[in-house]
Design a protein. Structure first.
Length: 450
């Protein structure tokens, strides 16, 4: 049988594309060597958030006195938290499989390899069988990057994020190498469960890609909670459970030890099985695509982390929509507004942002308010101040970026994304009515700040 579309990878990009193309009446085959849902669902976003929610419940219970509630003998069962995480993941994976079955999409479990390609057909092998399709969509995702640090390979004390999520027991102390999104979320989990945490970050601040004010605020909060944050620090070697590091303010090598060392310094695109596409264009190890997710090969597309653009599940899904839309020649032609992609860091407090920071573009001004200008935030976040910052084009008054630290920032950043996407000016956004009392009203307060 010849298929309209073959998809390698069953993560957010892969299963979204498969469902859309199947709904359009096309014959689709999807290859996934592990479990449907990809990294996000199985060993990333969802299991992490399941554990973080459990940790937050424990943290809230132990700090309930701030709200006039007394809770005694509060404890947590990590094995039960892990069991619940597994159940959540299994249900969601089963849901994806059922959706694909409902659309009569063929799903093959196994490692797929491209055998050959012409402008008319792509031939793929998997589990000893051969398949052909008119179009190929590469959604092979990414994997944890292992930095070339002496002593990191075959070290039983080293975890990556996948190993940390699979752990059945918690360490008493952990060193986290990397203060990015993944590192800070694991720091949140461990700190709230009472584990001693040290973060080692090579950049001058944690969450270095985010707004500086947000990063500084979170550094202060976590330092007060006992997290040891070492920035501008380079790990030179790892010996067993001991890290050797060099800080910017010292010429001497320091040594730190912990029960476990969690290394999370980024991810790299998976390109295994694509060797036959020897003319496929790459940049910095990722597949080059245009605005419609087309590669330089006429019938080959790519979406998700493998493109190296923005490694977020919702970006992968949107890229898949654009790719399928292009294959089906849908009108109007879709493009992705990368300037309006929201991102969230599930720390406590949460961080959410969209668009540029004030340092990204000249001719911008900032409108900054503490989250305490929201009555709902004050009622539910005792002892927290938070921060909301709008970046506005000084001349046009268009909203170019929004950056928030404070719970529950993840639940209303979409409103800010819409404003950035549509190019709302301050006068236009002032006409938007927010329900009261909600934390989202902080956006309206920030707009009215000047």
């Amino acid at each position: 049988m010849q298929y309209f579309l073959a998809i390698i990878g069953g993560g957010p990009a892969g299963y979204t594309a498969a469902e859309l193309a199947s709904k359009a009446g096309k014959d689709v085959i999807l290859f996934e060597q592990n479990a449907l849902g990809g990294t996000c669902l199985n060993v990333g976003c969802i299991p992490t958030k399941s554990l973080l929610y459990g940790a937050k419940q424990y943290y809230n219970a132990t700090h309930a006195q701030r709200y006039g509630v007394t809770a005694e003998n509060v404890n947590f069962d990590f094995a039960a938290m892990q069991k619940r995480k597994t159940i959540v993941v299994r249900k969601l994976v089963a849901g994806i499989r059922q959706r694909l079955n409902n659309e009569h999409c063929t799903v093959i479990n196994g490692a797929a390899n491209v055998l050959s390609r012409t402008d008319e057909l792509v031939t793929i092998t998997c589990n000893g069988e051969t398949y052909q399709a008119q179009n190929l969509l590469i959604c092979t995702g990414s994997s944890n990057f292992v930095p070339p640090i002496p002593g990191i390979q075959d070290n039983p004390f080293i975890w990556d994020s996948t190993a940390a999520l699979a752990a059945t027991e918690l360490p008493q102390s952990v060193i986290i190498v990397g203060g990015g999104v993944i590192g800070m979320e694991f720091a949140t989990l461990y700190n709230e469960l009472g584990i001693t945490v040290t973060i080692i970050e090579a950049m001058s601040r944690i969450l270095a890609t985010l707004d500086e004010s947000i990063s500084a605020y979170l550094t202060t909060v976590y330092s007060k909670r006992g997290v040891n944050i070492l920035t501008s620090s380079k790990v030179t070697a790892i010996n067993g459970n001991t890290v050797q590091l060099l800080t910017s303010d010292s010429e001497a090598i320091q040594q730190l030890s912990a029960d476990k060392i969690l290394v999370c310094v980024g991810r790299r695109a998976n390109i295994q099985g694509l060797e036959a596409l020897n003319d496929l264009e790459y940049i910095r190890g990722a597949i080059v695509v245009d605005d419609f997710m087309r590669t330089n090969l006429p019938n080959v597309y790519a979406a998700g982390d493998v493109t190296g653009k923005i490694m977020l599940a919702h970006v992968a899904s949107r890229q898949a929509e654009v790719a399928v839309g292009r294959m089906l020649k849908q009108i109007p032609v879709q493009r992705i507004a990368y300037n309006a992609i929201p991102s969230v860091v599930y720390t406590n407090p949460e961080v959410a942002s969209v668009g540029i920071t004030e340092n990204d573009l000249e001719g911008c001004e900032e409108h900054t308010l503490p989250m305490t200008f929201s009555g709902r935030f004050m009622a539910e976040n005792e002892g927290e101040t938070g921060l909301c910052k709008l970046v506005v084009n000084t001349k046009s008054q268009a909203i170019m970026g929004v950056h928030v630290v404070g719970n529950p920032a993840s639940e209303f950043i979409a409103a800010a994304s819409f404003a950035v996407r549509m190019g709302y000016t301050l006068p236009e956004f002032r006409q938007v009515v927010f329900p009261h009392p909600t934390v989202s009203e902080i956006l309206r307060e920030a707009v009215n700040d000047k």
